[in-house]
Design a binder for this molecule. Structure first.
Ligand SMILES: Nc1ncnc2c1ncn2[C@@H]1O[C@H](COP(=O)(O)OP(=O)(O)OP(=O)(O)O)[C@@H](O)[C@H]1O
Ligand SMILES: [Mg+2]
Length: 382
């Protein structure tokens, strides 16, 4: 793996064991998690969340686009409120700021690939290569690519997947991030006085904290405020991605319109009744259901398309992001898919006081990214 982002941030040296912080800057909330390693275990020291809406003049729960100085201000506030004591940080990059391309390359060594990939990437990336930073991963060969006919229940599987001429080529995932985005993140890092900071695409952090490097395909549905990000991963590496232009704030706004209440009140009604409102509250649920159905329909289309084109069954669906906490959403998703559906439970990978356990499992979907970032930082200390 050519870890360009890591090199850019100068994280060359192993650090002695100390506390680490994962920082997830979303469109509506900023989340922080502080971990420490003790006897080989990740100990949860503290965590916190802060709504960004008010920093951009909109309501709590609404998405906003903030300049680095405002983000740094909010970050300083959440760090203070959560009693964060470390500067040793990992930050997530939003999926929307990235361009993913899948390329076939000759089986060259890492050095040669690092030379070839930027040249090849020109064909895939709609902006000049000089305006982006590239990172890349070689996709592991699947068992059934080698042993033909791996998924017997899928039509066509017996014929095998890779055409003969492809046999010698390797599949490479190339992630391009706009330099402008990296520049803004560096600005936040500098203002926060973070040390040895690394950046990572948010879905990789979620994968680390929730299901690891599962060989069978996993679909992640991350319902945030502005959008819902659908990703399919194998071996912890992203294989497909789709962004649905609807998020949980669409439910809030629709409730505000249909009930005729301010957005702040609609946010409360959304959280109180979700998809379970009846009688007088029935229309709140009907309004929310429209958005949820749209998101689930798109997710189903992504799933079916993936299964068809890759000849592989998706074995597990993980629900994450604050939006999936909507009452009744888990049941709706469970009904919509034949595949096993679970909530992200990232705190399961950490040790925490017993009295916190119920709170933590409820908050899991909101903190999957921040926990995943902190876990990577801990791994880097080893
Ligand atoms: N208990 C809940 N019930 C319903 N909705 C909720 C609940 N908790 C949070 N949300 C909604 O989830 C959304 C925020 O989710 P999340 O924290 O994942 O967003 P984000 O990471 O800031 O956004 P994005 O990933 O799109 O940048 C908000 O719109 C909020 O109203
Ligand atoms: Mg998010």
């Amino acid at each position: 793996m050519a870890d360009i982002f890591k090199q850019l941030t100068g994280d060359f040296f192993k650090k002695k064991a100390e506390s680490v912080i994962g920082v997830d800057i979303g469109s509506a909330f900023i989340k922080v998690v502080q971990l420490k390693k003790k006897n080989g275990k990740a100990i949860l020291e503290t965590y916190g969340e802060l709504a960004l809406g008010p920093y951009g003049g909109v309501a709590v729960g609404q998405a906003t686009q903030l300049p680095p100085e405002k983000i740094a201000e909010a970050l300083a506030d959440v760090i203070r409120e959560a009693n964060i004591t470390t500067k040793n940080a990992g930050l997530s990059l939003p999926l929307q700021s990235s361009l993913l391309s899948f390329m076939k390359m000759p089986p060259l060594d890492d050095k040669k690939l690092a030379e070839m990939i930027p040249i090849e990437a020109r064909k895939y990336i709609p902006v000049p290569v000089s305006e982006v930073s590239l990172d890349w991963w070689i996709l592991p060969k699947r068992e059934e690519d080698v042993m033909l006919g791996g998924v017997p229940s899928m039509p066509g599987a017996i014929k095998g997947v890779s055409p003969k001429e492809d046999k010698q080529l390797i599949d490479v995932l190339v992630v391009a991030i706009l330099n402008e985005t990296i520049h803004d993140f560096r600005d936040v890092v500098a203002r926060a006085a973070f040390e040895n900071a690394f950046f990572e695409l948010e879905v990789f952090s979620t994968a680390r904290s929730t299901f690891g490097a599962s060989a069978s395909p996993v679909m992640v549905i991350d319902m945030g405020a502005r959008t819902t990000k659908i990703s399919i991963l194998e071996y912890g590496i992203i294989r497909a991605q789709h962004i649905v232009n609807r998020g949980s704030q669409n439910i809030t706004v629709a409730i505000a319109d249909s009930v005729g209440v301010p957005v702040e009140r609609a946010e409360q009604l959304k959280r109180e009744f979700g998809l379970l409102g009846t009688g007088k509250e029935g229309h709140i649920t009907e309004t929310a259901q429209l958005v949820v159905d749209h998101v689930l329909n798109e997710a189903e289309a992504v799933l079916l398309n993936y299964e068809r084109t890759h000849n592989r069954m998706i074995k597990h669906i993980v629900l994450t992001g604050g939006g999936v906490l909507l009452k009744g959403l888990y049941e709706a998703a469970d009904k919509a898919f034949e595949t096993e559906v679970t909530y992200a439970d990232p705190f399961k990978k950490t040790e925490a006081p017993a009295f916190l356990k119920p709170v933590l499992s409820d908050a899991g979907p909101e903190f999957a990214v921040a926990v995943g970032l902190a876990l990577r930082k801990l791994e880097e200390q080893e």
